[in-house]
Design a protein. Structure first.
Length: 492
């Protein structure tokens, strides 16, 4: 081979490898939300056909005795008897379901204990883990699902004959469902979760596997990556759950197969020269009480033990060892919960496999102190600080006009961003979630265009870049595909 030919070969393989490298900052990205971590509001139809789908894990019930006209309450919040004497319902009067199947549940009280029946037949909440003796059946009236009877593990129904106790001592299937029957209760459903835990446990393993695999195959496809590239975006941020690390056999109720979908995403990303941010979005024990942490009932137990942090670091290790040498890997986002011990260990785990992938740490979702992580994150080469900017989720946005919303982004958000931007670029800054959703009613397309534009202008100053939430969503304004196809968002 002549030296010119050799030079050409070297150059062309260098060109090929350059072309294949993930784009670097500043990135213009879109989140692939609601794909590998379920969020019901993004795609509600996933929950169709689940029997009693208003009684999934984590459903919060307030339960009123019709006879006493009083709410059930766990006295002192937990580790005590259930009474039927409260006029108003708040936290001690709210019970969270753990679903066994469509009719059978554990009831968790404020303090974390579960309903059971003591030796006198009284309803108490003393057990700290639920077993057969903490398992109750809800029997709903056909014509009015809010009217229920509750069968205790003994087979007898609960009744509130007085305000001073609830007893499991009513035999017989028959009721006239009237207020005079002390075994009839009125149920107020005051909170629901529609996350990964709910869909998996609500469907059961066999059906959940079908539903989710079909979702993973159709919700995001290679065509979406083509669209992303043609639209002028250069990266995706992909939320994943901790169970992906034990694919194909994750612990129940989670189902396997999301790893294959993530592998596909990396292949498509390479085909279209798109960078991938792998974003651990749900940690074991759940780092927040929202659907998207895959919590069972809203309790937040992540980060409370070393074991649980170590397990999370192993998830990062699994992901980074799999994709470290993939040219599409742009960054690993450790979790949207700033626990510095975990961030330190997670950062080290990433660096054991790659010197170049960015490592993203995140401010708390709603925080007063925006600089909480600034100093800490500045100590790590290649660290990025993620902030989420929505003109929502805070009463201060409730009644803002179009102009006030735009001014807020132009003035307040740009000041916020400047606050966390160090001149030396350590850490880099990333608006990892934003959208054109707001509290304005009746806005027209031009209003949305201007609101999206000012955000692109301001967040364009973030040194790592930004990512819209999200690519696909049944709600048009949260659906970047819709926003781009309809000319509301354009990339320069
Ligand atoms: C639900 O679980 C209970 C307790 O294991 C069982 O007795 C019942 O048959 C189950 N019901 C359904 C509909 O699977
Ligand atoms: C990545 O590639 C390097 C060089 O080929 C190799 O030494 C390393 O083991 C690879 N890492 C992984 C995680 O596959
Ligand atoms: C927004 O307007 C509504 C209706 O006028 C009012 O009830 C509410 O208090 C306002 N919210 C704030 C935060 O000012
Ligand atoms: C935006 O910043 C201005 C100037 O600092 C401040 O007066 C105003 O209260 C801020 N707006 C909101 C909604 O926080
Ligand atoms: C971007 O940052 C620079 C420097 O802080 C500032 O002067 C400029 O106004 C910012 N642009 C926007 C659109 O916020
Ligand atoms: C998002 O919008 C596109 C374009 O209108 C539409 O084809 C797609 O079905 C939407 N996604 C969802 C999940 O509804």
């Amino acid at each position: 081979m002549g030296s010119v030919a050799l030079l050409l070969l070297v150059c062309s393989s260098w060109l090929v490898s350059m072309a294949a490298a993930a784009p670097g900052p500043p990135i213009r990205a879109v989140n692939l939300g609601g794909w590998l971590v379920t969020e019901g509001w993004i795609m509600p139809s996933l929950f169709d056909n689940i029997p009693n789908k208003d009684l999934l894990d984590g459903t919060q019930l307030q339960i009123k005795s019709t006879t006493q006209n009083r709410y059930l309450v766990v006295d002192q919040g937990g580790a005590s008897a259930i009474l039927a004497d409260r006029i108003q319902a708040s936290s001690w009067e709210t019970f969270r379901l753990w679903r066994i199947n469509e009719t059978t549940f554990n009831f968790r009280v404020y303090g974390g204990q579960f309903w059971g029946v003591d030796s006198n037949g009284a309803l108490v909440a003393t057990a700290t883990t639920p077993g057969p003796s903490e398992t109750f059946q809800i029997v709903r009236r056909d014509s009015d699902k809010t009217r229920v009877r509750i069968r205790a593990p003994t087979g007898l129904f609960l009744q509130a004959k007085t305000m001073a106790s609830v007893t499991a001592d009513r035999a017989g299937e028959y009721t006239d469902w009237s207020d005079n029957d002390p075994s009839v209760f009125l149920v107020n459903n005051v909170g629901n979760l529609y996350g990964e835990y709910q869909i998996c446990n609500g469907c059961g393993i066999a059906r959940a596997t079908q539903v989710l695999r079909s979702h993973w195959d159709t919700f995001i496809t290679e065509d979406d990556f083509k669209f992303i590239a043609l639209s002028g975006l250069n990266a995706v941020r992909i939320p994943v759950g901790w169970w992906i690390a034990s694919d194909p056999n994750p612990p129940l109720p989670f189902v396997g197969g999301s790893l294959q979908a993530l592998d596909n995403a990396f292949r498509w990303a390479r085909n279209y020269n798109i960078g991938v941010i792998v974003d651990l979005h749900a940690a074991p024990g759940s780092q927040n009480p929202y659907d998207h942490s895959a919590t069972r009932d809203g309790s937040q137990e992540w980060g409370t033990t070393d074991a649980n942090i170590a397990q999370t670091v192993q998830v990062i290790e699994f992901l980074v060892s799999r994709y470290a040498n993939n040219t599409a890997l742009l960054a690993v986002e450790l979790l949207n919960e700033p626990l510095t011990k975990y961030y330190q260990d997670g950062y080290n785990a990433v660096r054991r496999y790659t010197p170049t992938a960015y490592v993203i740490m995140s401010n708390r979702l709603q925080i007063a102190d925006q600089k909480e992580l600034l100093q800490f994150a500045s100590g790590f080469p290649g660290a990025v600080l993620d902030v989420h900017y929505y003109n929502l989720f805070d009463s201060k946005f409730e009644n803002l006009t179009v102009e006030q919303n735009i001014d807020f982004v132009r003035n307040n958000r740009s000041a916020d961003l400047a606050t966390i931007t160090n001149q030396n670029g350590r850490p880099l800054t990333f608006v990892g979630e934003w959208s054109a959703a707001w509290g304005v009613q009746g806005a027209n397309p031009t209003d949305y265009q201007r609101f999206a534009r000012v955000q692109q202008d301001v967040y364009g100053n973030a040194t790592f870049g930004w990512a819209y939430w999200t690519l696909q969503n049944v709600n048009a304004v949260w659906n970047m595909t819709f926003m781009i196809q309809n000319g509301i968002i354009t990339l320069k």
